[in-house]
Design a protein around this ligand. Sequence first.
Ligand code: SF4
Ligand code: F3S
Length: 108
Amino acid sequence: MAFVVTDNCIACKYTDCVAVCPADAFHEGPNFLAINPIDCIDCDLCAPECPADAIFQEDELPTGQEQFKELNAELSEVWPKITDVISPLPDADKVNGVPNKIDQLIVE
Ligand code: SF4
Ligand code: F3S
């Protein structure tokens, strides 16, 4: 069982989650973080720390967020690990809570 980063992280990327992860399971893309499901130890330390409430256990994903399970698995394979907290993206507070930001996800 693993935790999954979902839509509301996009364009926010607060990274508070990274500070508490004992498994170094987070990987960083341009405007989103992904959890590697192989590294995640299912500890639930990260979810309460996210100011965007974007992290859920894979079996408790909100309706419409199911695709993020596969996205986290795929993107964490290609993006580098992130283990240090960094500044949020400039518009983080402005776009926190805006639904369906998936179209803004930058995959590179
Ligand atoms: Fe890391 Fe625990 Fe969150 Fe998994 S549930 S990503 S191990 S803090
Ligand atoms: Fe994203 Fe929340 Fe972490 S916005 S970077 S999942 S603290």
